[in-house]
Design a protein around this ligand. Structure first.
Ligand code: NOJ
Length: 545
């Protein structure tokens, strides 16, 4: 086991409340995860990343944390956590936990204390409290908007306002406060001592802020894409002092613990989060936002490979996670070749009707995109259910929507519940084997065809493609990467060490393959022709006769 295991790992994201329920409350839990270790092992992943499992009122799917050093009683206990880690470790699977340092929940003991404390008290200084504007302070301190919509300020009962860049139930912490800094070091050690191998850092670009007044009005805030480290709210240069301190904690352990940043920053600034004095990796969401288009994929791959090489880091590849429309769906909507994000948002708002989704096309492209990313140098982050080829659930009734984004945007954004519907393990039975109770989000009938049981019975299923591809990928050594000369605009062809080639046909016509031995493909291949929307891995050279 090398200490930089994460550099080319296949990491599988578990959204615990929707993965497997060992009980009957319809909410996935830690024992559920433990019960599925054989499945995770058969998938061939190197690590799991667990989205938050901490006590939470679920105002934002668990990213509103009441207590950073405990398990939500509905999800289990610390003993269950230890058992889960032990079971994963004995299967050779490492564990990354999600840390949410930008904000606590409004039920956190500190926030309760802050609300009960007077203005200018030490308890309020752990958060960002300010007086309001206007004659009686009835207006928010600035016009800043929260990410989920609406004002970024909410009023406390005594009339002061507190900052929340996400939901009002997620008050932002004040990272200038030494007690806040010290407490997170305690939290890091708490989980590292329990054997976790790494941390995923939520909103890593948001912790430090320049809150000197007067506040810059929204219209004068720089665009994040042009940020230079001085934006008052995001991606400030001094945030790296925090990660330097954290790195010293990670390096106290043997093997050192790792961390991956969720840093939504300009690609040119992403590498700042990574280094010997910082975190180990930063998510790259470039492909997740890319249209189904060879040129766009190539440009984004080039940028990530160049950026990570110059920073001495390793690349990360992500196509789906708990915040975006699943990639099988994105690629199956007309508009996927152009503006997939907006098309998917409109499709969700129409309850999954407009524009009509071509499920087969989306899945075919999703398999091709996955094989492409699995062939790239660096690590891949996979999201639960993508190995089943799951589509987004587009028609969740609005009264069942949990995501705060839906209501705070005044219903103009449907939110992220459609990718968080519980996993179908069996083709029938209550909640398709997820729980003995009613799942916290309803599963559609079509989930039956995408269940683990159904796909295990089909050698050509998406699940079997993932298993075989991950097994093959683990044999690929080295970080080498080079584009092969290619004149066909809809074809991407790159070469990895030892003559291992990956070719993707983004176009609508089959294209001839060069000489070589096919190792694996995302769809059947006849007569050495690569069909549309297909990726092939092969060893270049003479085709054996
Ligand atoms: C990013 C997480 O991925 C998302 O789910 C959450 O809503 C925000 N951070 C706020 O914590």
């Amino acid at each position: 086991m090398t200490s930089d295991w994460w550099a080319d790992a296949a990491v599988y994201q578990i959204y615990p409340r929707s993965f497997a329920d060992s009980g009957d409350d319809g909410l996935g839990d830690l024992r559920g995860v433990t019960s599925r270790v054989p499945y995770l092992s058969s998938l061939g992943i190197d690590a799991v990343w667990l989205s938050p499992f901490y006590p939470s009122a679920l105002a934002d799917g668990g990213y509103d944390v009441d207590d950073y050093r405990d398990v939500d009683p509905r999800l289990g206990t610390l003993d269950d956590f230890d058992e889960m880690v032990a079971a994963l470790h004995s299967a050779g699977i490492r564990v990354i936990v999600d840390l949410v340092p930008n904000h606590t929940s409004d039920r956190h003991a500190w926030f309760t204390e802050a609300l009960a404390a007077p203005k200018d008290s030490p308890a309020r200084d752990r958060y960002v409290f300010r007086d309001g504007t206007g004659p009686d302070g009835a207006g928010p301190p600035s016009d800043w908007q929260s990410i989920f919509g609406g004002s970024a300020w909410a009023q406390a009962p005594d009339g002061q306002w507190y900052l929340h860049m996400f939901a009002p139930e997620q008050p932002d912490l004040n990272w200038d406060n030494p007690e806040v800094r010290a407490d997170f070091l305690t939290t890091l050690r708490f989980w590292a001592d329990r054997g976790v191998d790494g941390f995923r850092i939520d909103v890593a670009h948001g912790l430090t802020k320049d809150l000197t007044e007067p506040f810059t009005p929204t219209a004068e805030l720089p665009d994040l894409a042009d940020a230079d480290g001085t934006h008052p709210l995001w991606d400030r240069d001094e945030v790296h002092d925090i990660y330097a301190e954290w790195r010293r904690v990670f390096d106290e352990y043997d093997p050192p613990r790792m961390a991956v940043a969720e840093a939504c920053v300009a690609p040119s600034r992403r590498h700042r989060y990574v280094g010997v004095d910082g975190l180990h990796q930063a998510f790259n969401f470039d492909l997740l936002e890319a249209a189904w288009d060879a040129e766009e994929f190539r440009a984004r791959i080039d940028r990530q490979v160049a950026d990570t090489e110059s920073a001495g880091a390793s690349a990360t590849w992500v196509l789906s996670n708990h915040d975006v429309v699943r990639h099988a769906t994105r690629y199956g909507l007309p508009g996927a070749e152009d503006n997939p994000r907006e098309t998917a948002a409109a499709w969700l708002l129409s309850d999954g009707t407009e524009p009509p989704l071509d499920r087969d096309l989306g899945l075919r492209r999703a398999r091709a995109a996955t094989l492409l990313t699995l062939a790239l140098p660096g690590s891949v982050y996979l999201y639960q259910g993508e190995e089943l080829g799951l589509h987004e659930v587009g028609d969740l009734p609005t009264e069942l929507i949990h995501d705060p984004e839906f209501r705070r945007s005044g219903g103009t954004r449907k939110g992220r519940d459609g990718c968080r519907v519980p996993i179908p393990w069996t083709s029938n039975g209550p909640s398709f084997g997820f729980s003995r109770g009613t799942p916290h989000l309803p599963q559609p009938e079509w989930f039956a065809d995408y269940s683990v049981a159904a796909e295990e019975a089909d050698p050509h299923s998406t699940l079997e493609i993932y298993r075989r591809a991950l097994a093959l990928r683990s044999k690929l050594r080295g970080r080498g990467f080079a584009w092969h000369d290619e004149t066909r605009p809809q074809v991407l062809h790159f070469v990895r060490p030892e003559g291992w080639d990956c070719i993707t046909n983004f176009g609508s016509q089959p294209v001839p393959l060069p000489e070589g031995t096919i190792l694996f493909a995302s769809a059947p291949i006849d007569a050495h022709l690569l069909p549309p929307n297909t990726t092939v891995w092969f060893l270049s050279g003479e085709t054996p006769t």
